[in-house]
Design a protein around this ligand. Sequence first.
Ligand code: ATP
Ligand code: MG
Length: 392
Amino acid sequence: MFTAFLIKYAEIAIKGKNRHLFEDALIHQIKYALKKVEGKFCISKTQGRIFVEAQSEFDYDETIDALQHVFGIVGICPMIYVENEGFEKLKETVVKYIADVYPDRTMTFKVHCRRANKSFPMESMEVNAKLGEVLLDTYPEMSVDVHEPKMTLNVEIREKIYIYSEIIPGPGGMPVGTGGKAMLLLSGGIDSPVAGYMIAKRGVKIDAVYFHAPPYTSERAKQKVVDLARLVSRYTGPIYLHVINFTDIQLYIYEKCPHEELTIIMRRYMMRIAEHIAKQTGSLGLITGESIGQVASQTMNSLIATNEVCELPVYRPLIGFDKEEIVTVSKKIDTFETSILPFEDCCTIFVAKHPVTKPNLNVIRRHEHNLDEKIEELVQTALDTDELIIVE
Ligand code: ATP
Ligand code: MG
């Protein structure tokens, strides 16, 4: 029965002069999200509100689902509309609306009318009172509570008259594209997709890099990362995923450096390479799924070592999260089931039995000098063979 949606957005409404930029980004993301939904939609912006109107048959559940993936939306109000043809017509429509939407009408309500179109012959207070009366007469099980009603029937009088009473929660956050771009280090695990989601939620566009180590990591492990990127892209829009062949670098480190420092030194090269691509492609920061103390390479001492090789800020949105909290988000965003598929990622194969948990920076730097002969060339080759996959 619903044919249109009012989009509520809170945080972005307070951005003063930038407001229209935020609204335009939001509309852009809504269009992107609705492209995948069957049906034709018209998206319009009037007087600080965004409307999505269906212009053909459409799938209601799919539409809601798509809109619930658009950051910046705090609420989605399914609406019906009626031509602006006077009170009688409005009254009939409202009575039918209540019957259709609320099979059980034992509830308190109020009517809230907004009259943007002053050609309508009644003032909003009068509409509130009259419609309230009509509903009380038609449905004796309903009662009025103007302070804390269970249901608020909103009536917006514009060129047409819009009626809505439900607010379906949106994901919140800011529209992607309003906050610059960052490079996500995306592995096949549980954490990094969640980290990307969280930064994107602040309006940041996401690129991604995956370090692949064939034949130690399989094609299926890579496909899993592509699949994860696709799931995250439901929220972020298209993701440019760089797949870097890391095998030779990894083997070289394995050959030249103490094994208990392998993970740290590998992570330092991942950060260096990620930053290099980030700078070339306009990213303003790096994102990782690290969380303090989760594994040896994520102690505060280890983080000093991985952090020192980058100039760009490294965003670690999960830094204070327990695994359980991360899992909760990953289930919510639908990446969990894919993340736990059992294909090794490149760290698990080269892990030492007893990795250092308090790496000494000077020692790490000294051992990295063991790599001087060939590492630059290997890094250059890895960059030159960057495979770009556009995921959407
Ligand atoms: P995740 O669950 O995200 O894989 P993790 O618990 O396995 O994380 P680590 O393997 O220590 O943790 O990696 C820490 C972070 O480094 C990851 O969250 C990710 O951002 C990045 N990272 C690790 N391995 C890779 C890889 N092969 N490609 C890209 N990024 C990686
Ligand atoms: Mg991992």
